[in-house]
Design a protein around this ligand. Structure first.
Ligand SMILES: [Zn+2]
Length: 301
């Protein structure tokens, strides 16, 4: 439909048309044209909304998968009593002549790409089903410390690192997701490289980088971020015994996502994170499919 022609036609039928600069098009209708124009009004309303919603045009976003697949190689904490299991219940043609397949699966809550609900380290904290959706669908940023972790595999993000990021990219806004890129994703699923030790049942010799207390206090208490996450097995570094980052985040009802994939494919700022965990009522965490919507760069302008 040609909008100008339609507007001209309706104007002839004694309709006043007011074009509002900022919002779009507002129609004041009189007389017989009222009924005829209902469809056109709907069109105009949609038309006037598009500039406001263009940031969420899926056709202009690249969708990046930030989850590892669950399989026999999925990494769990060394003390986990079990790992991921998938058992086939059916696979093949039925007597009725059609194909049918189904499996049953089992997994501890904390393994693979998963979320820690606040109750994981704070009595009375939110369970995984209680995490507000606003904390799971939100703008994200990535702080890259790969140059530091190459020198020290037990590196912890510092308050100064966060301030340096802000000096380059602007202050981190309240309600955002802060992802830490250590470069550890490239080691998945090699347990020895990823965790720093592969002794079954022993979590005392782990070596991998993560957040530090000063950084998480700045992010959670001052910047009021809504979610943290990273590409190693824990939001506390490998040697941690007090799990202070888990405790600080949990007591502020901030969930943490562990074992993220593909953080090297994200820009530092300007993307939307969608991280929807399995909705286990009362759960302390669980598997989460994480994706990022990254605006495609329009080279043509
Ligand atoms: Zn966990």
């Amino acid at each position: 439909m040609n909008l100008d022609n339609e507007l001209a036609r309706i104007a002839k039928e004694e309709v006043d048309v007011v074009i509002a600069k900022s919002v779009g098009v507002v129609l004041a209708l009189t007389g017989k044209a009222m009924r005829k124009s209902v469809c056109l009004i709907a069109l105009l309303v949609l038309n006037s909304m598009s500039p406001l919603t263009s940031g969420f045009d899926l056709g202009k976003q690249e969708i990046i998968d930030l989850s590892h697949a669950y399989n026999k190689d999925t990494i769990y904490w060394p003390t986990s009593p079990s790992k991921f299991s998938l058992k086939q219940l059916a696979y093949g043609p039925t007597e009725a002549g059609f194909f049918y397949s189904a499996n049953t699966f089992a997994t501890p809550e904390h393994g693979g790409t998963h979320i820690d609900a606040p109750i994981h380290f704070h009595a009375g904290g939110q369970t995984v089903d209680q995490i507000p959706l606003e904390q799971l669908i939100l703008p994200g940023i990535v702080i890259d410390v790969t140059n530091k972790t190459m020198q020290d595999r037990n590196y912890r993000l510092t308050r100064e690192d966060v301030l340096m990021f802000e000096a380059a990219h602007g202050q981190i806004t309240a309600g955002s997701a802060v992802l830490l890129r250590t470069g550890w994703g490239k080691y998945w699923p090699d347990v020895k490289k990823y965790l720093g030790d592969d002794t079954p049942g022993d979590a005392s010799k782990l070596k991998f980088p993560s957040f530090g207390e000063g950084a998480v206090r700045l992010l959670v208490e001052e910047r009021k971020v809504a979610l943290i996450g990273l590409d190693t097995a824990s939001i506390d570094y490998g040697p941690s015994k007090d799990f202070i980052v888990h405790r600080v985040a949990a007591e502020h009802n901030i969930p943490g996502i562990e074992n993220l994939a593909n953080l090297d494919k994200l820009p530092a700022t300007g993307f939307i994170l969608i991280a929807l965990p399995i909705k286990i009522e009362g759960g302390s965490g669980g598997p989460v499919r994480v994706v990022a919507l990254v605006p495609l760069v329009n080279s043509g302008g």
